[in-house]
Design a protein around this ligand. Sequence first.
Ligand code: 13P
Length: 379
Amino acid sequence: MNAQQLIDTARTLVAADKGLLAMDESNPTCNQRFARLGIPQTVEARRSYRELIVTTPGLDESISGVILYDETVRQQKKDGTPFVKAITDAGIIPGIKVDTGAKDMAGHPGEKVTEGLDGLRDRLKGYFQIGARFAKWRAVIAVSDGIPSRGCIEANAQALARYAALCQETGLVPVVEPEVLMDGDHSLERCREVTEEVLRTVFNQLNGQRVMLEGMILKPNMVLPGLTCPPKQEVKEVAAGEQQYQVRLTDRQQDEVKDVDEVADATVKCLLRAVPAAVPGIAFLSGGQSAELASARLNAMNVRFKSRLPWALAFSFARAIQQPALEIWQGQEAHVLAAQQALNHRARCNRAARRGEYDAAMEGLSTTTSIPKLKKPAA
Ligand code: 13P
């Protein structure tokens, strides 16, 4: 292991307000996303789509690294240039997803444990030889009644730590991804509690496995309410002395302002408690948020806290960068340029969010109907 190289790569991945583009969907996940848009689910369609991404002009201005999948890391552009060479020539660092997926956990209904440790040392050596310089492993933690269990959190944290140690041994920067899922009706507070417990456990295990924190990136979820968490409500007493309450939904716009600030505050509070200052960067996953909200929430964190944080707050989005481009492309050669523009646009929005300069106007939306400008909180 060359410690300085690992540190340099980790720092480069979060330098210059850039972030990561996750284009490492497994074949089943990629096929599902294609199927929804009527795109053929073939090796060639997946290759063409990935060529569209890696040949997007100007992508390197906002993207420091891309995460590839095993199929993609071995593929080439139509003209025969390996993707890894095209990416490296563009000034972007190639990375690779190395887990083999989250599987049902024995004895733990509703919970998953991520597999892929068997044979990992040799696979990592192979990826390094192909040109990868960082690697990702995703653990998924579901939230529901009685879960996550300690057993699930510990098993996943230990696998993450063992993978991270093997990565560093091989010269690959580990991107450690413990994802607390958005599915469910849990509150923002519950997500914060679970995320904090998961991160504390992950860092205990990383220390136990002697992972060098300066040579890794953390890829966590933002702290968010569950997707089916009931909307915020204001309860207003309408008749003094009577036990009658009128429940009304708050104005959508106020909800958005509060939501963005609350998510920023809860996420940063949680990270400050659980993530050691030696870690150079935190690159969030998007987890199913809309592309605009993911940018706005990252922006809010940087506007409100950037100057006071020990680590860079960056992005490592898949859907929140790719989804608009995929919807434009639809498998059609004639749509490639428009799709690349959409991809670049999202990448630029997220770079702006790292600077705390993202604004709804960048989306061509009226500031009265979407994401608000944000203010620094009182010190
Ligand atoms: P999303 O940004 O779509 O959550 O994907 C990030 C990722 O890499 C999942 O492993």
